[in-house]
Design a binder for this molecule. Structure first.
Ligand code: ADP
Ligand code: ADP
Length: 218
């Protein structure tokens, strides 16, 4: 479970997150929706302990989380799919992450398969398209088989087939009782992916609602 309790975060004169309170429950895909600059990434970074709130609390299973102290284990995160060493192969990139996080490398083939990257595992990531980098970022997030996933714009750069694939993957993970939080600035995308919507604008909560409450769904 993820909890944001009356959190405010400012950068200079910009209020990125403004007295935001919301709880993200396990067992469903929660879509974090809002226009660019709404505060989605900042909220995710606060939950991961990569930023400290000016006020309020961001909690993972009731405690502040420190992603850097124990990367990948409790929470799998996809924040910036571009952040890869271009000269490494996909398999070497995952191997490096697994070693850095003190994980056994035995999951690498599994997550490559899960994300459809087996055939390109030996290619250098510098030549990957954005969609392929997104898949690799998701593979990294899944390495430790975490109970919680925080994914910032994971659909970015995927083609329609990739969008369907990620929807099925995320719904499967949520059905196993995991907590899945996925951001997007596109309502059309969220309508296809999420069961539950959390909408923010200018750092404030605008809606927290099951998607079914908004109509018959897709
Ligand atoms: P979103 O993910 O919804 O696009 P962000 O959380 O990235 O929104 O940004 C919210 C606001 O905070 C924006 O106005 C953005 O410019 C600002 N912001 C985010 N991170 C920083 C930072 N490190 N320094 C200064 N301003 C920032
Ligand atoms: P698609 O449009 O089929 O999704 P991509 O955009 O994923 O193709 O890839 C663009 C091109 O770059 C493809 O021809 C692919 O084979 C090639 N490519 C992908 N990764 C690498 C790499 N690491 N090194 C060299 N070429 C690559």
């Amino acid at each position: 479970m993820l909890e944001v309790r009356e959190v405010t975060k400012t950068y200079g004169r910009t209020t990125a997150v403004d007295e935001l309170s919301v709880t993200i429950h396990p067992g469903r895909v929660t879509g974090f929706l809002g226009p660019n600059g709404a505060g989605k990434t900042t909220t995710m970074r606060l939950l991961l302990g990569l930023e400290r709130p000016d006020a309020g609390k961001a909690l993972v299973n009731g405690r502040p989380y420190r992603a850097l102290a124990r990367p990948l284990h409790e929470v799998g995160a996809l924040l910036d799919a571009g952040a890869v060493h271009p000269g490494r192969t996909a398999r070497a990139h995952l191997g490096w992450l697994a070693a850095a996080a003190d994980l056994k490398g035995t999951r690498i083939s599994q997550v490559l398969e899960l994300t459809g990257l087996t055939a390109v595992a030996g290619r250098r990531v510098g030549g990957f398209s954005l969609g392929m980098r997104q898949r690799l970022g998701l593979a990294a997030a899944l390495l430790a088989d975490p109970r919680i996933l925080i994914l910032d714009e994971p659909v970015n750069g995927l083609d329609p087939e990739g969008v369907r694939w990620i929807r099925d993957l995320l719904r499967g993970l949520a059905a196993e009782g995991r907590t899945v939080l996925v951001s997007s600035h596109l309502i059309s995308e969220m309508a296809l992916t999420a069961d539950h919507l959390v909408v923010i604008g200018r750092g404030r909560l605008l809606a927290d609602t099951p998607l079914t409450a908004l109509g018959d769904g897709p």
